[in-house]
Design a protein around this ligand. Structure first.
Ligand code: FMN
Length: 365
């Protein structure tokens, strides 16, 4: 008897993908990138609408980090989703992206201890009174990261719920969904870590304790806007701002188990752990994996070869950061093999429209 091998549909960066209720025309995701160009009061602007609209050919855009509360603001000049005025200001962005045929999720980023009273008027909060390592931007220039106030046990749920409230505002503002920022040493990542989280209550100690905040934030968000519109970004074994995780495989396997029960739309994983760990997490996650296949802020930037390699290793979608920042027509350039413009680091976080709206589309020589 002959058995027929199941046919494998061709997976390429330019093949479509079904993500929750959305049909993505390709697998190229624009990675979240803070650009510090919001108007005062954390409002989105017409320039931000133009910037995202220029990149609407992405299968999916994930916005820059957006604070879900004032105390959760990390950098000055970043946008928020904790007031009605902020939500209204995002309508121009989501409207422009949709008018150009795109899809956009808001990345909800609570900075936790990576913040400063000069920026928010409040002492930053964190799982424990342990400062981050490094200097944080403030309106008065970079300053040492302050000692945060450790959240009381009964205060923790309101911070978890702040993601859900911002998610509800994001949907009102026309976003297609939200990504919880669970990576890079910010609040969720601080709770996951074994050196920023020294708590002895239900939000610390064991692996179950350290994942609880992430699970509560995700579960509240799913309740507010639905699982098919909720994703999360993770940086397993990452060391940003001095966080460390003693047991990344155990920690993330437990976390992914809980998140799979919630039915989240995706996990968005950074290549912060070694490859065997990343592949173990791929096997542990039954849903969509967006892979950001290089070390953030490292020397290599995501390119076509790395993207194709990860599609072969089981990623469903690939996110590109710096390449998308500097190439609004990245999807088309990747399709035709056109050269990529390098990103200008000096305008990452400043420069107004310069280095923001000024990157050209490819012109055939
Ligand atoms: C200017 C800049 C701002 C960034 N801001 C964020 C952010 O707000 N949230 C986040 O999760 N990652 C942020 N990142 C990390 C990127 O999403 C991405 O992981 C990193 O750039 C590596 O991918 P790449 O090689 O494709 O650029 C930022 C990166 C850059 C270059």
């Amino acid at each position: 008897m002959t058995t027929l091998a199941p046919s494998t549909p061709e997976v390429s960066l330019h093949s479509g993908y079904r993500l929750g209720e959305l049909t993505l025309p390709n697998r190229v995701v624009m990675a979240p990138m803070t650009r510090v160009r919001a108007a005062s009061g954390g409002l989105a602007t017409a320039s931000m609408a133009a910037y995202y609209a220029q990149r609407a050919t992405a299968g999916l855009i994930v916005s820059e980090g957006v604070q879900p509360s004032l105390v959760g603001q990390s950098n000055p000049g970043t946008p928020g989703l904790h007031t009605d005025e902020q939500a209204a200001s995002w309508r121009q962005v989501t409207g422009a992206v949709h008018a150009n045929g795109g899809r956009i999720f808001a990345q909800l980023m609570h900075g936790g201890r990576v913040s400063h009273a000069d920026t928010t008027g409040m002492q930053p909060v964190g799982p424990s009174a342990v400062p981050a390592v490094g200097e944080v931007f403030t309106p008065n220039g970079p300053q040492p990261t302050p000692v945060p106030r450790a959240l009381e046990t009964d205060e923790v749920p309101e911070h978890a719920r702040s993601y859900a409230e911002a998610a509800r505002r994001a949907i009102e503002a026309g976003f297609d969904g939200v990504e919880l920022h669970g990576a890079n040493g910010y609040l969720i990542s601080q709770f996951l870590s074994s050196n920023a989280n020294l708590r002895t209550d239900r939000y610390g100690g064991s692996v179950q304790g350290r994942i609880r905040f992430a699970v509560e934030a995700a579960s509240a968000t799913v309740e507010a806007i639905g699982a098919s519109r909720t994703g999360i970004r993770l940086s397993p074994d990452g060391t940003f701002w001095g966080v460390a995780e003693d047991d990344p495989v155990e920690l993330y396997t437990a976390l992914l188990g809980e998140l799979a029960d919630l039915g989240l739309a995706y996990i968005h994983v950074e290549a912060t752990a070694d490859e065997p760990t990343l592949l173990a997490l791929r096997r542990a996650w039954p849903g969509t994996l967006i892979m950001n296949p290089v070390l953030p802020m490292g020397p290599d930037q995501t390119d076509r070869a790395t993207a194709d390699r990860w599609l072969g290793l089981g990623a469903d979608l690939i996110s590109f950061g710096r390449a998308f920042l500097a190439n609004p027509d990245l999807v088309e350039r990747l399709r035709i093999g056109a050269p990529l413009t390098p990103a200008d680091e000096t305008t990452y976080y400043q420069g107004g429209n310069q280095g923001y709206l000024t990157y050209p589309t490819y012109q055939h020589p």
